[in-house]
Design a protein around this ligand. Structure first.
Ligand code: NAP
Ligand code: GLV
Length: 312
């Protein structure tokens, strides 16, 4: 069995070494344009040329949860995309979102500013019940985030494509219930996959519906930059419709140095760092799935196989 590794923006050596150790019978090497056809690929954002030159691929194992960089490519005819299934990401995402939420809710930035000036002053506490948190996407990451937020006694709402019942989360589904979900949420956390249905879902028209259309809405985007219409955000912050945003993902990454998000006083920026791929856990998971497929298992019996119709 041959495995080819093609990782944009990530050095492949440690991945190759780890995959060789986990799959001693496999030939594992870094992809080059003249590489022999492989059975499986381990990838992050490969170019179209990679797919065109690897027509025999059966499994395309993504080293991340989001597969939008793959679904936009023309794939080999038999290939199935397999996403990472948590592999250490959901706990990081829960940490990140709870941190952003609580930093805003408790006004820790205000206290930090006071501390810099040597000022001992209390700020009026916010009321938890006035801060319902709406999580868009209750998949592997969204469910973990919703549960973590609920632990702090915030009211939690969730929005998905198919109806769900999750203890402690008021669930909404489909476009028919999007407005009700937005109206019921003051803080919105985007954990959707980027698909044609979800691109631009955070835009003027939807953001204005947060918190029943009252000021005070807050945006946490940790999914993909393409979910937010970037040009719509700053006017809503500047006219007071929204209270702030924490953004980890952007339409263009790295975020250009002259992008206004960097310096906006109501926006906190992190460099796509909310939930990083954990190499060892990910190699173990991918190797386990490759072993299962090679042992005669069907792709439909391993977790994380992407449905090409849904795009996630
Ligand atoms: P997932 O398990 O595939 O869950 C996706 C969720 O989104 C599901 O609940 C799904 O609904 C819902 N959804 C999909 N399309 C929808 C639509 N049109 N309308 C309403 N709901 C829809 O994904 P995940 O593992 O939780 O990851 C989510 C995303 O996070 C990834 O796709 C990736 O872009 C992003 N991510 C970012 C980072 C980072 O560092 N910033 C790290 C990892 C992942 P159903 O339950 O009904 O199917
Ligand atoms: C990171 O953004 C991922 O999709 O895993």
């Amino acid at each position: 069995m041959r495995i080819t590794v093609c990782l944009t923006d990530t050095r492949p050596e440690s991945w190759i070494e780890g995959l060789r150790a986990a799959l001693p019978d496999a030939e594992v090497s870094a992809w080059t344009p003249d590489a022999a056809p492989a059975d499986h690929a381990v990838v992050w954002a490969p170019p179209q040329a990679f797919m065109d030159q690897q027509p025999s691929l059966r499994g395309i194992f993504n080293i991340g949860a989001g597969v939008d960089a793959l679904t936009k490519l023309r794939l080999p005819p038999e290939a199935r995309i397999v996403r990472l299934d948590d592999a250490g990401m959901s706990v990081q995402m829960a940490e990140y979102v709870c941190h952003a939420l609580i930093r805003h809710f408790r006004d820790f930035d205000g206290y930090a500013a006071d501390a810099r000036d040597g000022r001992w002053s209390y700020r009026k506490p916010n009321v938890r019940q006035d801060f319902p948190v709406g999580v868009m996407g209750l998949g592997v990451l969204g469910q973990r985030v919703a549960k973590a937020v609920a632990q702090f006694d915030f009211p939690v709402k969730g929005w998905t494509r198919s109806p769900k019942q999750i203890e402690g989360v008021q669930c909404f589904a489909g476009h028919a219930q999007l407005d009700a979900f937005l109206a019921a949420s003051r803080v919105v956390v985007c954990l959707l996959p980027l698909t044609p249905d979800t691109r631009g879902i955070l835009r003027r028209e939807t953001l204005q519906k947060l918190h029943g259309g009252r000021p005070g809405g807050y945006v946490i985007n940790v999914a993909r930059g393409g979910h937010l219409v970037e040009a719509d955000l700053i006017p809503l912050l500047d006219d007071g419709s929204l209270a702030g945003a924490t953004l980890d993902v952007f339409e263009t990454e790295p975020l250009p140095a002259d992008h206004p998000f960097w310096r906006h006083p109501k926006i906190d920026v992190t460099p796509h760092a909310s939930a990083r791929t954990q190499r060892e856990e990910s190699i173990a998971q991918i190797a386990g799935k490759i072993r299962a497929v090679e042992a005669g298992g069907d792709f439909d019996r391993i977790a994380g196989v992407v449905d090409p119709q849904r795009g996630y």
